[in-house]
Every structure is written in C-alpha cells, then in structure tokens.
Ligand binder design. Structure first.
Ligand SMILES: NC(=O)C1=CN([C@@H]2O[C@H](COP(=O)(O)OP(=O)(O)OC[C@H]3O[C@@H](n4cnc5c(N)ncnc54)[C@H](OP(=O)(O)O)[C@@H]3O)[C@@H](O)[C@H]2O)C=CC1
Ligand SMILES: Nc1nc(O)c(N)c(N[C@@H]2O[C@H](COP(=O)(O)O)[C@@H](O)[C@H]2O)n1
Length: 190
C-alpha cells in the first residue's frame, strides 16, 4: 500500500533522521506485476546537509534511469562544500532561507517551493519529528493515512500518550488489509 500511495503522489518527503536510520529508496517499486511504476520525486528535509554521500537515494538513480535524484532542502547555514559535493552527484539542493527558531526551514516556504517546482501532491512519509512538524502546521495537511498493526513497539520505557499541542484526528474511513487496519483521517480544525 505504501508503494501505491507513493506512486500517486508527485513527491515523497522524509526528514534526514529517516535517511540516517533507514537509508530508504523512496521509490514505488513494489507494485503488482504488470503495473508500470511512476516513481515520485524524493525530497529530504536536511537543514545542515547531513545526507551521506553513499545514501541509496543518491546511488539508486545511477542504476535505474526511472528513479529521480533527490531534492534536498537545506537551511542557510548548510556547508557550501557539502552542497557542491551533493550537487556533483546529481542531487538538487534547495536552500530555504526563511527558518524557524531552531534554524529549520519553515514548512510553508518548503511546500511553496516544492509546488513551484511541480510537486503539488506531496506525501510526507516520516519520521516522527517531521510528521509532528507538519501536524502542527495543520493547514498544510489534507489527509492522514494511519496503519494500525498488531505489533508491540518500544521496550521497557513508556512513551507519553498525549501531545496536547497537536490537532485532533478525525477518522473518515477504515479498511482492513490482512492483519493491519488502515485509517484515513483528517485534522479537526481547532
Ligand atoms: N513507520 C513509518 O511509516 C516510518 C517510520 N520512520 C521512522 O522514523 C524514525 C526517524 O524519525 P526522526 O528521528 O524523528 O527523524 P525525521 O526523519 O523526522 O528527521 C528529523 C530531522 O529532520 C530535520 N528537519 C527539517 N525540518 C524540520 C522540521 N520542520 N521539524 C523537524 N525536523 C526537521 C532535522 O534535521 P537537523 O537536526 O539536521 O536540523 C531533524 O533532526 C526512524 O526510526 C524511521 O524508521 C520513518 C518513516 C516512516
Ligand atoms: N514498512 C513500512 N510501512 C510503511 O507503511 C511505511 N510508511 C514505511 N516507511 C518507511 O519506508 C522506508 C524504507 O522503504 P524504501 O526503501 O524507501 O522503500 C523507511 O524509511 C520506512 O520507515 N515502512
């Protein structure tokens, strides 16, 4: 399902934390046989340009011409040498100078810049920090797709259950896929 969703968006966005943890490819390669994938444009929110030079996102398109080189969204304090190296590998570095108190590009500006470049349908895949930042900018979120899977996460330590600064989720539909339940929702306007 994730790959089908990826294929129906112009761009798929993750934070640099996800790139460092998972080294994802962000392609739509796992579609049923016979379907031609339309790969989305990968986008990484990476204010300080920490993207590793051997990331799969940079290597994949060299072996498969259908894949797109990533757009990497940097802040004004990113290292210019690292920027040059990433661009030499084929990445597009988009510098957004308008930043929040933590020096991170403002999401409104980021989304505006992506739209300007043709990415009108944007799927935000993760990770936790980036999803939270988008939820807080609720006007930019049109739909949530939440998969509820019967697995335990975390270890002995608990995770705080309620984040009071986030808008409430309003479920719109549920569907079961195997053991998983997928909920489609939107955000309740406060
Ligand atoms: N199950 C799922 O569907 C998915 C799960 N994941 C999981 O999520 C985890 C990674 O999440 P996490 O560590 O939170 O990292 P994120 O992927 O959310 O990236 C966080 C980083 O993004 C940068 N950033 C840029 N703009 C913003 C902004 N406006 N707000 C916050 N961060 C911004 C920051 O980089 P800097 O510090 O350099 O400024 C920040 O450290 C992994 O364990 C991964 O497996 C990821 C994707 C999907
Ligand atoms: N397993 C899984 N299910 C989902 O619903 C997800 N959204 C993800 N997300 C992320 O997929 C990335 C790895 O896949 P690719 O190499 O890009 O295909 C990784 O970042 C997961 O956290 N995963």
């Amino acid at each position: 399902m994730t790959h089908r969703m990826r294929a129906t968006h112009d761009a798929i966005l993750v934070g640099i934390g996800t790139v460092l943890c998972d080294n994802p490819q962000l392609s739509a390669r796992l579609l049923p046989a016979g379907e031609t994938p339309c790969h989305p444009q990968p986008v990484v929110l990476d204010p300080m340009l920490r993207t590793p030079m051997d990331a799969r996102l940079l290597a994949g398109p060299k072996d498969n011409a259908d894949l797109k080189m990533p757009w990497i969204v940097a802040g004004p304090n990113a290292d210019s040498g690292k920027r040059r190296l990433l661009e030499e590998l084929g990445a597009t570095v988009i510098v957004v100078n308008d930043v929040d108190d933590e020096g991170r590009p403002r999401l409104g500006k980021v989304v505006g810049e992506l739209e300007r470049r043709g990415a009108k349908r944007l799927m935000v895949e993760g990770g936790a920090q980036v999803i939270r930042a988008f939820l807080r900018s609720e006007r930019m979120v049109h739909r949530l797709v939440i998969t509820i899977a019967p697995v335990y996460i975390g270890a002995a330590e608990g995770v705080p259950a309620v984040d009071t600064v986030l808008p409430h989720i309003r479920p719109l539909a549920y569907e079961q896929f195997g053991c998983d339940v997928v909920m489609v929702a939107d955000l309740q306007k406060q």
